[in-house]
Design a protein around this ligand. Structure first.
Ligand SMILES: NC(=O)c1ccc[n+]([C@@H]2O[C@H](COP(=O)([O-])OP(=O)(O)OC[C@H]3O[C@@H](n4cnc5c(N)ncnc54)[C@H](OP(=O)(O)O)[C@@H]3O)[C@@H](O)[C@H]2O)c1
Length: 329
């Protein structure tokens, strides 16, 4: 199988270093993509209730498991506690809903999706204030939520627990207030947003980092537009240095971007619904970047965040929201 490299977590569990991301794909697209990904050798799947596709993913997993084409222990399934459910009493019912949708008895990694919490109405829509902004639930208490996350491990509902979109101070605070140390922090990480301090801090503390939007999340443009945001976002696969390095190795820009991430000891979860691109994104183990090429890629850092959560209008009023907004609208 192509995808044979793993990161060993602080509890001894092994996470495949490349996974498939699943944000922004219809049920039909994701069913085809997960089938193609499993055929290509992917075993790590990253999802979340907010992606709206756990049921579709569950249908494919069931087919593969029932047919004996894969064993449950060979799969690595990650899902997340949504921003609207980031409260202690919601942890257990929320993972149970994900497990029912995924048709699994346990997941491999359960993450707190965001450090902030938002209110919703009974019908599931976001609660809005008089100005039309989403209402933050400022009662968020990571330590209290974590106690419930730890119970999930004890109850066998997940093998490992972690966080996502946490900054250094938030990880450090959790480390001081936990029995089970977080095994993973899933953050935006690519050549234009390298977050070296945060990555190095997590590594030093034994928290494996997963890079989301490792290819620059091209598809977010449509999503942002739907939320009324106009963004002039870069195409990482069009950066001259990346293209030059790709040409030198006979690889694609996407493969260079991914190889650079995994060489820094970070897990990557590129999303694709295209079978050829899926194969390409996994086929990154047969070439090596030179020191000079790595230096060129390191020099590209612009501290430029693509997924800034501005589509949660009003989220910046939550005390645990830490992204600085680089955009004016
Ligand atoms: N924790 C969080 O808050 C968070 C936030 C964002 C994302 N995530 C996770 O991270 C995953 C990846 O991030 P992302 O979806 O934002 O963006 P991404 O993986 O950086 O980029 C995906 C985009 O790149 C295209 N693409 C993929 N492979 C390609 C290749 N080899 N050549 C050219 N284009 C290629 C895809 O199009 P096609 O599909 O058409 O190939 C899609 O438009 C998500 O799907 C999700 O699972 C987590």
């Amino acid at each position: 199988m192509a995808n044979t490299q793993y990161k060993t977590l602080n509890n001894g569990e092994k996470m495949p270093i490349i996974g498939i991301g699943t944000w922004q794909a219809s049920d039909e697209e994701i069913e085809t993509a997960i089938d193609a990904a499993l055929e290509a050798g992917y075993r790590h799947i990253d999802t979340a209730p907010v992606y709206g596709n756990e049921q579709a993913i569950g249908r494919v997993l069931k087919r593969w498991l029932d047919a004996g084409k894969v064993k449950r222990e060979e799969l690595y399934i990650v899902t997340k506690l949504p921003p609207v459910s980031n409260r202690p009493h919601e942890v257990e019912p929320t993972i149970k809903k994900s497990l029912a949708d995924l048709q699994l008895d346990y997941v491999d990694m359960y993450l707190i999706h965001t450090p902030f919490t938002l209110f919703i109405n009974e019908d599931g829509s976001f609660k809005l204030d008089d100005e039309g902004l989403m209402v933050p639930d400022v009662s968020t208490n990571h330590a209290a939520t974590w106690v419930e996350m730890e119970k999930l491990v004890a109850n066998g509902l997940t093998k490992s627990i972690g966080v996502s979109n946490f900054d250094q101070e938030q990880v450090a605070r959790l480390l001081k207030n936990c029995k089970i140390r977080p095994a993973n922090n899933q953050i935006e990480h690519h050549v234009y947003l390298q977050q070296r301090e945060l990555v190095d801090f997590c590594k030093a503390e034994g928290v494996v980092v997963t890079a989301y939007s490792p290819l620059g999340s091209k598809g977010i443009a449509k999503f942002n537009a739907g939320a009324g945001l106009v963004r002039d976002l870069p195409d990482l696969m069009d950066i001259p240095e990346v293209k030059e390095i790709a040409a030198a190795h006979g690889k694609t820009p996407a493969q260079v971007l991914l190889r650079w991430i995994i060489d820094t000891g970070v897990v990557a979860i590129p999303k694709s619904i295209n079978p050829e691109r899926l194969k390409q994104n996994l086929n990154v183990f047969d070439f090596k970047l030179t020191d000079e090429e790595v230096a060129k890629l390191l020099a590209l850092d612009k501290d430029l965040r693509v997924c800034d959560f501005a589509f949660f209008h009003g989220v910046e009023r939550h005390p645990e929201f830490r992204f600085k907004n680089q955009y004016t609208n």
